[in-house]
Every structure is written in C-alpha cells, then in structure tokens.
Design a protein around this ligand. Structure first.
Ligand code: C2E
Ligand code: MG
Ligand code: MG
Length: 730
C-alpha cells in the first residue's frame, strides 16, 4: 500500500470512524434513555389503566346496590305482578344509567324471575344460558348470606356480594352478584327467601373507550390474545385467583420516543457538524503529517544527494556499495562486481580559467553524459569535487572495460557553454570483487590506486587494479621517506648543469641546473620520478631552495650570461617564495640579473594570484623568467598574457620530429616568430641531431640545448669546458 494512502486511512478514515463510533454511542445512549423513560411511563399508564378498569367492577357493585339494597325492591320482587317495576328499577334502568348489559333477578331458590339482555327484556328462562357460568358466584353469595357475612369494610358496600371477571361466549365481562336486601332492616328475610340480582357489564366497546378517553389511553380495548399487537401496551385484570384474566391493550404514549423524534433534526445537524469538523481537523492533520513526511524525505534526499548534479552523494555511495558487497557475498555471483572511480582531468584549470560557473556546468554535463552511457543497474555517484564513482554489478571484465572506454570517449567532444569551450578528460580506476577484495574499504582503496595509476600514465585512460600498482605505491612511499631523509642530511643529492648554446657557433650562453639523487640502494633516481614525489610530499620547497643555493654557489664564477634553475609551480604558489629567492641571492652573492627561473607552464594556470605576484616581484628584481616545456599542456601565448616573462623553452616533443614532420616544424617556426614579435627570447631543448639543430638555426631560435651539444654534467666538468672555451677564445 502506498504511504499517502495508508496515512490517509490511519489519519482521516480512523478519526471519522472514531467520531462515528462516539456519535453512535451517544445515539444509542439517547435511545436507551428514551426507552427507559418510555418504559417507566408505560408502566404508569398500566397502573392507571388497571385502576380505571377495576373501577368498572367496583362501580358495578355500588351501582347495583342503589336498587338492590332497598326495602321496596325486597317487597316488589317477593310478590308477583311487579314485572314493570322490576324492569324499571333492576333491568332496563340499570342499563340506561349504569351501562349494565345484562341483569337477572333470581328468587330464593335461584329460579329466574326476570331477565334483561341484548338491550331488551328476555323471558326469564334466558338466564339458563348463563346459569352454569354464574353458578359458582351464586353459591358463594348464598353461603355468605347463610353465614351472615358482613360486607368488606374497604368496599364501602352495604351488602355482601360477589364479583369477578368472566368470559361470556368469548366476550370479557364483569359480573356482580348481589342479594336484594332491606336497607332499613325492617324486613325480616330468611336466607332461603332472599332474591339475588345478577348484573353483567361487558368490557368492550363504548364503556372501555370512555375509560381510555378519560385517562388518555389511546385505543384502549380488549383484544383476544391471538390478535395482540406487538408494540401495544397491555394490562391484565383478574378477580378471583381462580377466575379469568382479561387483558386490555392500548397504544402507549411514549414521551421519550417523541422527544427523540422532535430532537432528531437537531441531533442530526449536530452529528453531521461534528463529522464535518472531524473530517476537516483530521484532513488538516493528515496534510500536515504528509508535509512533514515530504519535508523529511526532502531532507533525506538532500542528505544523500548532490544538489548540483542531482546525483547521489558519497554517503549514498557508501551505503549502496556496502549493500552490493553484501548481496554479492550472499549470492556468490559468477560475474564480478566492479567499482569505478573517476576523476576529471584538469578540472581545476577549467575552474580557474573559465570560472566556477562553467566548472559547475562541466560537472553537470559530465554527469549527464556518463549517465547516458551507464546501464540502469550501474548507478553513478558524485563522491567529491570532480570525483565520481560507479558501481557495476554482474559484468565481465571485458564489459567493464568497454564501459570505461565509452565514458572516456564521451568526453572526446569538447563541451560548449555560451560560446566558450571546455576540454576535459576523465581518468578511471577500477577494482573488482571478488578478485581484488570483498569489502568496501579494500575495493575502494584499490580503485583509488588504479585511478592514481591512470592519472600517472597520462590521463584520459582507465586502469584496472593490479598488484604491481600497489607495489608502485609502496615504492613511492619508500622513496618519499628516503628523500626526506636525504634532504635532512643532504646526502646523495647533487646538481648537474646542462649547457645552453648560442644558435650560431659554439658559445655557451648559459647553463641549466638539474638536480640529481644517488639513492644508497636504488642507485640514481630520475628527477622525473622524485620531483613529483617531492611536490606531493611538500618537500619541493626545501629541495628547490637547496638546488638554487647550490647552483648559485657553484656557478657564480662561470663566464655565462645566465644560470637557469627549475622552479616547480608548487613553490611559486607559496607566498614569500620571491623573498626566499632574494635571501639566497644575498647569501651567495649571485647577481639577480644572471639568474633565470624556469617555470613549467603545464600547470601554470594553477599559480593563481600568489604565483602571479611572486613572478612579478622576481621579475621586477631583474630575474628572468622562462616558460619551460612550452607548447605542451594547455598553454598558449594567449593564456600567458597576464604573466611577465622573458623566454620560452620549446618542448623537446616538438624538437623531436622537427626535421621529419613539416607540421611540427611549422608549429615551432610560428612559436619562435610569435615570441620574437612579443620581444621574448627562445630556447629549444632536447636537440639530439645536427638536422634538428640546422632547422632551429634556420628558424632563428636564440638558444639551443640538447645532448648533441652537451649533456647535463657535474659542475667541475662544466667549469673545465668553460675554462677551455675561454682559453680558446683568448
Ligand atoms: P626540464 O626542466 O625540461 O629539463 C630538461 C630535461 O631534459 C632534463 O632531464 C635533461 O636531462 C633532459 N634533456 C636535455 N637534453 C636532452 C636531449 O637532447 N635528449 C633527451 N632525451 N633529454 C634531454 P632531467 O634532468 O631528467 O630532468 C627532468 C625534469 O625534471 C626537468 O625537465 C625538470 O622539469 C625536472 N627537474 C630537474 N631538476 C629540477 C629541479 O632542480 N627543480 C625542479 N623543480 N624540477 C627539476
Ligand atoms: Mg628546465
Ligand atoms: Mg624542459
């Protein structure tokens, strides 16, 4: 599941669900509360109903007594011929006034003498239809009369009686049986002569409806058990414990439910407002959280990416390399895992000469070109200023070599930015797991060694780590230590001098001081090897000054125009270099105007401000400046326009083919004439054949130097030659 969606579920949906649950709980509580209010009210309605219905029964007995507890009734019923009176007082009249539905008068032997039912007078035998049902009540009353039982005090009745709920042909009714007795007590009535009045009132229709109306019991009615409504309230009435139960039901009044119904629009409004509120709050929280996550992701991205090229950075590289190495160990892949370290050649010059903006653009363009070549599973990282790394899994050595070549070739075309062109190359060092190691530090180190090797071997190339490289590096470290020691005790170091001749004739115009080192075990080591080591180990300053001082001392008496001493660009970059030179001149007494400093122009752009200032200071003190190895690297007259110098030394590589290659000859001729046009002197170095010398003479080169005329030699040997030449001249 994607992160925003699961976050949405956990933030928004969860809080909506929680709110819905809370609202449901409140709703349920309200329904429960309304329900219990309703239940309580219905219980109370039941009490009212049963009280009201019971009243029908007690009223019946009371009403009955208004005619049965009466002397006249005793007398009228005891004699015949009173049918009309009986009907008026004990039958129809009772219906009219009290709602009695049936009335019967029985004599002392329970024989019917009057019957009223279905709204009319019936023949007395009609009673026989009811006798069986009413017999138990008659018997009970007779026995009460026999024992002379008094009416219950609570009933407030004048005479004893029996009443009960019964069903007559399935219809519920109240029956009340009363003796017809003397109210004055005047009349003597033997029990066997007492007449009985039976009254029946059906608990249906109008009578019940009225009770319902009077007590606000909606639709109060008798309902047979089979027809009962499920949501109706009901109450059961029983008289005798043995007697029938009569059940009534009504539509209950439910105040709780009504309240709920009237509140429900408001509750719905409040509920939906709360839901909307929860939705707004939770989605705001969701958005905030999402923003936070995105910010964190952005911070993580920044922490693991280089903002300039957009490539993952060194820490991302280290993690990816560790992961790949682990995977590699885990799966025992057959094809190796390659670490490529890449370093742009001469990037510093691009930055210095063309500016940092173009430098940045070069980095971006290189990243773009390399990424275009690399396969998708081989990520590229920017691990330093102009250093990049690539991890290439599952490729054969041949495939890795092919990839390296293509990356190097991708820079063959110059880059162009706003009409300005930048030439950069790239050198690549490669190490491969498992052959060269199985952990990152080891593979890193070896790729680095291989890169160093590629740089030393001339740049714009790749090299795959080999154990001899390690040896070379160890060798280098040993040489560095020995050189340091040699410098400290000044043992094994010496200076030789190569004479420089005038173009015409054999006249020695000057001599170039060249340092030599006789290593105690290794023998003579070339300056081409130990000078770069001294430069890297920061020994060059000390070594250079030692050479200068030695040469000044040894050459001070020589009859030559100038003494040339080589100066490394590293020395030039040190503030105070010019002052150190002046101090040496003072110390040795060597005149400034006879000293010429040779500066290799190859890395000249590096000299920056401090270098330029040193050159100006030296120059204004009368010291000559020569640009050594002119024509190699990136130098042109155009580039050197900020520097005040006096001479160019045309590099040996141009001289080499000058007699055979017309192209080279043309270049040298152009260099010489341009130098002359600018008022500069020219020296050609590395002349080995008379043909080379002849061509250079023809071009008008001012000064010639080379094994043909003189190799570098110890000072006394050169002194000897100079003395001899002076003697010949004399
Ligand atoms: P460089 O300054 O260009 O010196 C000339 C180099 O060319 C010398 O090599 C010299 O022996 C060699 N050479 C001269 N003529 C010929 C020739 O006809 N044929 C051939 N094949 N070679 C010729 P060396 O002495 O081995 O010095 C190599 C480089 O080491 C020098 O090149 C210079 O850059 C550096 N170097 C030597 N001594 C010093 C020093 O005292 N200080 C500094 N900073 N660099 C030095
Ligand atoms: Mg030189
Ligand atoms: Mg040179």
């Amino acid at each position: 599941m994607n992160r925003p969606f699961s976050l949405f579920l956990s933030r928004v949906v969860a809080s909506l669900l929680a709110m819905a649950l809370a609202l449901s709980a409140i709703g349920l509580f309200l329904i429960w509360a309304a329900g219990s209010v309703d239940r309580e009210d219905i219980r109370r309605q039941g009490e009212i109903a049963s009280y009201a219905l019971k009243e029908i029964r007690s009223n019946l007995s009371h009403n009955q007594e208004s005619s049965t507890f009466w002397d006249e009734a005793v007398e009228r019923t005891a004699t015949s011929g009173n049918e009309e009176w009986i009907d008026n007082n004990l039958g129809s009249w009772m219906q009219t006034f009290f709602g009695v539905d049936e009335a019967y008068v029985l004599d002392g032997q329970d024989r019917p003498i009057y019957a009223f039912a279905e709204g009319q007078i019936k023949p007395p035998v009609f009673f026989e239809e009811r006798r069986k049902l009413l017999l138990p009540y008659l018997q009970t009353l007779r026995s009460k009369l026999a024992t002379g039982e008094a009416p219950a005090e609570a009933s407030h009745e004048q005479s004893v009686g029996v009443s009960d709920y019964i069903y007559i042909a399935g219809r519920p009714a109240v029956v009340s049986v009363k003796p017809i007795v003397s109210d004055s007590g005047r009349l003597k009535q033997p029990v066997a002569t007492i007449h009985i009045h039976v009254a029946v009132q059906y608990l249906e229709g109008e009578a019940i409806r009225k009770v319902g109306q009077a007590h606000v019991l909606q639709d109060l009615k008798y309902v047979p058990a089979s027809a009962r409504q499920p949501d109706a309230a009901s109450v059961a009435l029983t008289g005798d414990p043995s007697g029938a139960a009569v059940e009534f039901e009504w539509t209950p009044y439910q105040p709780g439910r009504r309240l709920l119904a009237s509140l429900s629009p408001i509750l719905a409004l409040v509920g939906s407002t709360l839901m909307v509120g929860a939705l707004l709050i939770s989605s705001a929280a969701y958005r905030r959280k999402l923003d936070r996550i995105k910010n964190n992701e952005h911070i993580q991205y920044l922490a693991s990416h280089d903002p300039l090229t957009g490539l993952p950075n060194r820490s991302a590289y280290e993690k990816a390399a560790d992961d790949l190495v682990d995977q590699f160990a885990l799966h025992q892949q057959s094809d190796p895992l390659a670490f490529l370290f890449m370093d742009l050649d001469r990037f510093k010059q691009v930055n210095d000469i063309l500016g940092h903006q173009i430098g940045d653009a070069v980095l971006v363009e290189f990243a773009r070109r390399a990424a275009g070549i690399l396969p998708a599973d081989a990520p590229i990282f920017r691990v330093g200023g102009d250093e990049f790394a690539v991890l290439v899994p599952n490729r054969t050595k041949r495939e890795v070599e092919d990839l390296c070549s293509r990356i190097i070739d991708s820079l063959a075309e110059p880059m162009e930015f706003d009409g300005r062109r930048a030439f950069v190359g790239v050198s690549i060092g490669v190490s491969m797991a498992p052959h060269h190691g199985t952990d990152r530090p080891e593979l890193n180190r070896k790729a680095d060694v291989a890169l160093y090797h590629a740089k030393l071997a001339g740049r714009r190339r790749f090299s795959i780590f080999g154990s001899q490289m390690d040896d070379a590096i160890q060798n280098r470290a040993a040489i560095e230590a020995d050189l340091r020691e040699a410098l400290r005790i000044k043992a094994g170091l010496s200076v030789v001098y190569q004479p420089k001749f005038a173009s015409e004739g054999d006249r020695v115009l000057g001599a170039e001081a060249l340092v030599r080192w006789q290593h105690p075990e290794r023998g003579a080591i070339s300056p081409a090897i130990f000078i770069p080591i001294a430069e890297e180990a920061s020994l060059i300053g000390e070594l250079g000054l030692w050479v200068l001082e030695t040469a000044c001392r040894e050459a001070i008496a020589w009859p030559v125009n100038h003494l040339a001493v080589n100066v490394s660009p590293i020395q030039l970059r040190v503030a105070g270099f010019a002052e150190a030179v002046f101090a040496t001149l003072r110390k040795t007494g060597f005149p400034a105007n006879r000293l010429e400093l040779e500066i290799t122009e190859t890395d000249f752009a590096d000299s920056e401000e401090v270098g330029l200032r040193n050159i100006r200071t030296l120059s204004s003190a009368g010291i000559s400046i020569a640009i050594d190895d002119f024509g190699t690297g990136s130098s042109t007259f155009e580039r050197l326009r900020d520097i005040s110098f006096d001479r160019i030394k045309i590099d040996r590589s141009f001289v080499k083919n000058i007699a055979e290659s017309e192209g080279d000859a043309e270049i040298v001729r152009a260099m010489i004439s341009m130098a002359h046009a600018k008022g500069l002197k020219t020296t050609a170095e590395g002349i080995e054949t008379p043909e080379q010398r002849n061509v250079l003479r023809a071009f008008g080169c001012d000064e010639l130097q080379g094994f043909l005329m003189g190799k570098p030699m110890p000072p006394d040997q050169l002194s000897q030659i100079l003395r001899t030449a002076a003697a010949i001249a004399v």
